[in-house]
Design a protein around this ligand. Structure first.
Ligand SMILES: CC(C)(COP(=O)(O)OP(=O)(O)OC[C@H]1O[C@@H](n2cnc3c(N)ncnc32)[C@H](O)[C@@H]1OP(=O)(O)O)[C@@H](O)C(=O)NCCC(=O)NCCS
Length: 190
């Protein structure tokens, strides 16, 4: 399926050593988006600690990049050994890039990554008034059940196939090539 993104933007996995880009993206979220992303208001210090923990949790982070700057992110965190087939997914897109299809591409890539890692159930926690995330989840047939302040969206992900594994490898190589071109153009810049 063709992925439509704002001009000049790409979605690729975050590399080891790029966590500062993720942290800076989360810190740039406006107050409402930050509240929605973390299901409540959180401090800058919380975000620093949160991002520091991410690499140790086997999380898969996809980023939406415009040039070298991360403007959107999708994080897939395994729930751990007690729930080997379950993971949590969380999404964030900076305000100027919202409603341009970025969240849809990030969710599609995250579902593919989840499927290829054998996760059968994805938990998405979002506040009950977060219409946009609920609409987005519905686009991918999420089954939503309400729980007072919070909506828990659960998306069944299908089994991995050689084709789904190949699709993830192909998205990664495209992301790698774009990142290398970007790096090259910055090195060669006068
Ligand atoms: C929720 C979020 C990730 C969605 O990303 P996005 O890039 O804005 O989403 P998309 O542009 O792909 O739109 C997805 C769907 O949301 C709905 N949508 C888009 N803009 C909307 C708006 N202003 N109001 C209500 N629904 C809207 C549409 O159904 C759209 O699908 P369509 O374009 O096929 O009709 C993003 O808005 C965001 O980061 N919000 C703040 C943080 C957050 O809420 N995170 C979720 C908690 S895990």
């Amino acid at each position: 399926m063709k992925e439509i993104l704002p001009e000049g933007g790409v979605v690729r996995k975050l590399w080891i050593g790029e966590t500062a880009k993720y942290r800076d993206h989360l810190l740039r979220l406006d107050a409402q988006s930050r509240r929605n992303r973390f299901s409540g208001g959180v401090s800058d210090e919380f975000i620093h600690n949160y991002v520091d923990l991410t690499p140790g949790l086997d999380a898969v982070v996809h980023g939406f990049f415009v040039g070298d700057t991360m403007r959107g992110a999708a994080e897939l965190r395994p729930l751990g050994a007690r729930f080997p087939r379950e993971a949590e997914a969380a999404f964030s897109v900076e305000k100027d890039w919202q409603s341009h299809g970025v969240g849809s591409v990030l969710l599609r890539r995250t579902l593919l990554a989840a499927r290829n890692r054998g996760f059968r159930l994805l938990h998405m926690a979002c506040l009950a008034d977060n219409q946009r995330m609920q609409q987005l989840a519905r686009k991918f047939d999420a089954e939503l059940s309400f729980d007072f302040e919070t909506v828990i969206g659960e998306v069944e992900s299908s089994r991995p196939t050689p084709l789904s594994l190949m699709r993830e490898v192909m998205s990664d190589s495209h992301g790698f090539a774009t990142a290398m071109l970007d790096l090259q153009s910055r090195i060669l810049r006068p």
